[in-house]
Design a binder for this molecule. Structure first.
Ligand code: AMP
Length: 113
């Protein structure tokens, strides 16, 4: 837990977020600046700066399953959705606490920008 990390503060409950799911591994909440009709973030409870620093495969797998669970509960499973993990500067990462974007509710484009 880092006081300087906005996502650690969401996990700790010291700043507000619209939570949609939570378990022993992670927390899911709505992105404050949605890029699709449904835009959720799934983060680990433990601070990990990015995918590049991740070492615990079981914890990563649990986050993927939580992403699938919140996609289902947001009604995205049938039409489909996208899971994105921006990593580092070229990846466009702006918050340095690992997070999975779950985007859906519209058709996605490829290649991404
Ligand atoms: P990234 O650019 O991949 O690091 O994504 C960070 C995401 O966090 C962006 O989509 C932001 O809109 C989102 N975000 C930043 N602060 C908050 C917050 N307090 N609550 C919810 N989403 C946030």
């Amino acid at each position: 837990m880092s006081d300087a990390c906005i996502f650690c503060r969401i996990v700790a409950g010291t700043i507000p977020a619209t939570l949609v799911a939570s378990n022993e591994h992670g927390v899911a909440f709505r992105d404050v600046n949605p890029q699709a009709p449904s835009h959720l973030l799934v983060i680990p409870r433990r601070h990990v700066a990015s995918l590049a620093e991740a070492t615990d495969g079981a914890a990563l797998g649990a986050l993927m399953l939580l992403a699938a669970e919140v996609a289902r509960s947001d009604g995205l499973a049938e039409a489909g959705y996208r899971v994105v993990v921006n990593t580092g500067n070229d990846g466009g990462q702006t918050v340095h606490h690992l997070h999975l974007h779950v985007l859906g509710g519209r058709a996605m484009h490829w290649p991404p920008g």
